[in-house]
Design a protein around this ligand. Structure first.
Ligand code: ATP
Ligand code: MG
Length: 878
């Protein structure tokens, strides 16, 4: 059975048990501060488990893209080394939301595995929860009794909280679980050690394939458990492991899920997979990581230098590094692999193909940048080599850490290069540096969040901000959040006009006003479906009725900028082409920023045309057409843009300004009529990443002010230049005149420099076979000082020259020696200049024959020549 059939059989099986089969949610998580990427099949359904939102179906089955590279579930370091952990993998799941429970779930799991997939019963083991004293939980006898009817009791094992109590994160829904393991070893191997002893023991051939979780609890921040309003089933089966079991392979990488990529990599590297442990690991790393990288970028997460973007960048760099070190890929390669992946997976995940060329460009650019960094790091190692040799043939911990931190060299790579050079690495020292950095970042980000204080349970927030700036509200829950420097409160209201930051639009500010007090709302944020009003203090009377009032003037600017963003998006597609896709945006009261895919600079003329189109739409006063609850299919039919990243089963809000021009899915606040925007002006166009451009623009009075300010500046220039007509011509002329004068001045100064040189030559003093010159001189810049020194060297033999000068208020010293003096008389310009620099409170250095120094104290300059004479006399004596 190939992998596509295996996946399909899963869907068909659960469809036959009345499950609705839905597509995978995007890998990238948008509105959840506790999670960067989906790490399990249940994460997209979190709100249903918590009871924040009703599930659209009671029974669902799906395959969910998961990424386990950060946070509670992090398998990154295993990947490549073992045969069954991946960064990105598919989790097949069947779900009951308050519907069936343990009995059905376990029976169906058994039926699917043993009857549909025909896995041998005598190779399967199951585990159930043994209970836990700390959490005051009993053992899961119910699950045990169900299994007993299907499988012999010596194949049912009890497991601890670590393996048999599933938790998504530090807080959130959780419950006991029952795992199914398979023993894939040969008969001979089994004869030696019974499979039972290897379950949950990290044996590569005795692996967990399926976990059935019975969600019953919610873990709170204080560590306690509370019962969820209903019981649910959440199951997760590792698709790649299932394929290994059914296809009777000993490694996930030997299945048809990975083989196309493995063969491609091996072919390009000119090696055979399976012959050398080192190259095999590198091949597995690359075959695995390309999936995480390509899916993440496709789902909207570009590599970057912070947060989720940094996680992706690190994965990408990890694979470049393995390819670079073990497969000799010195040029970008991963981007080619993205195509192999897309060819193979597009039938299940069509988004891979649709975004392929964009994804490839992003990857290639990242690869190039990192390969350059690697190269710089190698060079740095080369230049420090002497120092390491002197340091007992050791690369010190600090340098190893610097290589890691700035050049992306992990310790193993540094160690590898060190070995080639006959050096070793101070690994303990590296560990110390690493620990220190961790502490620094831990301290910077430590937050303490109290549990919610719930005043009105089961009340969800009614958002009324599309229609109003004000509402009557009650607080339904609140909590305190403390970080190192501040303490704030999060208030959730039963009804609110405040828009929470999302979709690029910033959060509203305003006030909560009761009869007795007024509380400022500093910002509004979203956490899943909760709208958090952020304040610096708690109302004294928290149960009062509040008038919740958005800062309307600010909100109006935001509306204008948001609607203008839609008009800009449409204009971009019209002028540049339909490949333009939104890659990010920011809508604030001050400006709008729009990032989009496009592969070249937007020309000036195109910018003017785009601006013109937007202003035309504004002048046409097009009314807003808003559909608050359109099913996704209908929105698609209207040609809505930005369909990526929507979760399945959601109703969407469609915003259009004349359906011909602009139709978008959008949750933001908008003007009622484009005329309200008033005026639109682009203020910059730039590049943000490979294939991504950024336009910033302003609207309404901000745009007016911007234009006025430009005009004011122009007028100021007119005043200075003293002309009303042909300003650019006049400035051009001024500029040319200036260049002519500058040249004349330079020539004049050089002539003076020549005269100065002549007089210095005359002053040369004979000292023990040396021509000694030391003088304080006047020159206009450092280049001239250098030129003077080098010119002197041309005409005077056996020269020891010391020049002191004040340049732009700062003291400088230059020392020049004839080459023969360096070798014969044991003189050294670097040493000399360092000694002399003490007089001017400075330092410097250079080469043995020429060195310079700068300092802070020009008052010391006059003593430099005399000191130089003394120093040189002394060294000539020795
Ligand atoms: P393991 O102990 O093997 O790491 P787990 O306990 O972390 O597994 P769960 O969180 O229960 O796994 O996830 C459900 C299923 O997803 C597992 O039974 C397994 O088949 C699969 N799975 C988990 N992590 C990975 C991974 N990194 N790569 C591939 N499949 C995985
Ligand atoms: Mg795990």
């Amino acid at each position: 059975m190939n992998s596509a059939e295996i996946r399909q059989k899963f869907f068909d099986f659960f469809a036959s048990k009345q499950h609705q089969v839905v597509p995978s949610a995007p890998l990238v998580v948008k509105d959840d501060p506790t999670l960067m990427f989906i790490n399990s099949g249940m994460a997209p359904f979190k709100d249903y488990f918590l009871g924040n939102k009703p599930a659209p179906y009671k029974r669902i089955a799906d395959t969910q893209k998961c990424l386990r590279v950060s946070g509670k579930h992090n398998d990154l370091e295993e990947v490549g080394y073992d045969t069954y952990h991946h960064t990105m993998f598919e989790m097949l799941g069947n779900w009951s939301f308050g519907d069936y429970f343990k009995k059905e779930a376990l029976h169906w799991a058994w039926e699917l595995l043993t009857e549909v997939y025909q896995l041998p019963k005598d190779r399967l083991y199951v585990s159930v929860f043994q209970g836990d004293e700390k959490d005051n939980l009993e053992k899961d006898q119910e699950a045990y009794d169900i299994w007993k009817t299907m499988i012999s009791e010596d194949r049912i094992l009890f497991g601890s909280k670590k393996d048999n109590f599933w938790e998504m994160g530090d807080t959130g829904p959780c419950g006991p679980c029952s795992e199914i393991h398979i023993d894939l070893r040969t008969e001979e191997e089994i004869a030696q050690v019974p499979g039972k002893e290897l379950v949950n023991n990290d044996h590569p051939q005795v692996v967990e394939i399926w976990n059935n979780v019975f969600m019953e609890f919610n873990r709170l921040a204080d560590g306690s458990l509370v019962k969820l309003p209903a019981q649910h089933v959440d199951t997760g089966m590792g698709f790649e492991r299932l394929c290994m079991a059914i296809q009777k392979k000993r490694s996930n990488y030997d299945t048809d899920v990975f083989q196309p990529m493995i063969q491609f990599i091996a072919g390009e590297a000119g090696v055979k997979y399976g012959e050398n442990e080192k190259t095999d690991i590198a091949i597995r790393v690359m075959a695995d990581h390309i999936r995480a990288i390509a899916f993440a970028i496709t789902d909207g997460q570009l590599p970057s230098n912070n947060k989720a973007g940094y996680v992706i960048r690190r994965i990408l760099r990890r694979s470049v590094r393995y390819g670079f070190t073990f497969l000799d890929f010195k040029k970008p390669f991963l981007y080619k692999l993205a195509e192999v992946l897309s060819d193979q997976m597009a039938h299940v995940f069509p988004e891979l193909k649709q975004q392929l060329s964009f994804v490839q460009r992003v990857i290639e650019e990242e690869e190039n940048a990192f390969l350059r960094t690697l190269d710089n790091g190698l060079k740095r190692l080369d230049t420090l080599e002497e120092r390491f040799k002197e340091n007992n043939n050791t690369i010190d911990g600090k340098t190893a850490f610097e290589l890691y931190d700035t050049f992306g060299f992990p310790l193993d790579l540094t160690a590898l290069i060190a070995r080639e050079k006959g050096l070793r690495v101070d690994e303990a020292g590296f560990g110390v540096e690493m620990e220190q950095q961790k502490n620094r970042s831990r301290n910077a980000s430590a937050t303490e969040q109290s549990d919610w204080v719930v005043l009105q349970p089961d009340v969800s927030t009614d958002f009324v901000g599309y229609d109003r700036d004000e509402a009557e509200s009650y607080v339904v829950r609140y909590r305190q959040v403390k970080t190192k420097n501040k303490s704030e409160y999060h208030l959730v209201l039963d009804q609110t006009p405040f828009y929470a930051e999302s979709g690029g639009q910033i959060g509203d500010t305003g006030y909560l006003i009761s009869d007795s007090e007024q509380i400022e709302v500093l910002d509004t944020k979203k956490e899943n479906d909760l709208i958090l009003h952020i304040t610096s203090k708690l109302p004294q009377n928290i149960e009062a009725a509040f008038k919740s009032q958005v800062n309307a003037e600010r909100r109006n600017f935001i509306r204008k900028n948001h609607s203008a963003t839609h008009l800009l998006h449409a204009a971009l597609r019209k002028v540049l082409g339909v490949h333009v896709q939104q890659r990010g945006s920011l809508v604030s009261e001050k400006l709008l920023r729009f990032d989009f895919s496009h592969f070249a600079k937007v020309e000036e003329a195109q910018l003017r045309e785009i601006e013109h189109i937007v202003n035309e739409r504004i002048r046409q006063s097009i009314p807003l057409e808003e559909q608050r609850n359109a099913p996704i299919a209908e929105a698609k039919g209207m040609g809505a843009m930005a369909l990526f990243g929507e979760k399945y089963g959601e109703f969407v809000r469609v915003i259009s300004f004349d359906r011909e021009h602009s139709v978008e899915l959008c949750g933001g606040t908008h003007v009622y009529n484009t005329g309200q925007i008033g005026y639109f002006k682009i203020i910059s166009e730039s590049s943000v990443a490979a294939g991504v451009r950024r336009i910033e623009a302003v609207t309404a009075t901000v745009a007016e002010d911007y234009v006025q300010q430009q005009l004011n500046e122009l007028n100021a220039v007119r005043e200075v230049v003293g002309t009303q007509s042909n300003l650019s011509g006049a400035v051009q002329k001024l500029h040319e005149d200036f260049k002519v004068l500058q040249k004349q001045l330079e020539q004049f100064e050089l002539k003076q420099l020549g005269t100065l040189k002549e007089s210095l030559v005359q002053q040369a003093q004979q000292l023990d076979g040396v021509n000694f010159v030391a003088e304080q001189v006047e020159v206009s810049n450092a280049d001239h000082l250098k030129k003077l020194a080098f010119d002197m060297r041309q005409v005077v033999d056996n020269l020891v020259l010391v020049l002191a000068a004040e340049i732009d208020g700062k003291p400088q010293i230059a020392v020049m020696l004839s080459d023969n003096l360096v070798s014969e008389k044991n003189l050294n310009a670097s040493q000399l200049v360092r000694e002399l620099a003490k007089e001017i409170k400075g330092g410097g250095g250079g080469q043995p024959f020429y060195a310079t120094a700068g300092g802070k104290d020009a008052a010391g300059l006059p003593v430099v020549p005399a000191k130089a004479l003394e120093l040189v006399k002394n060294s000539l004596k020795q």
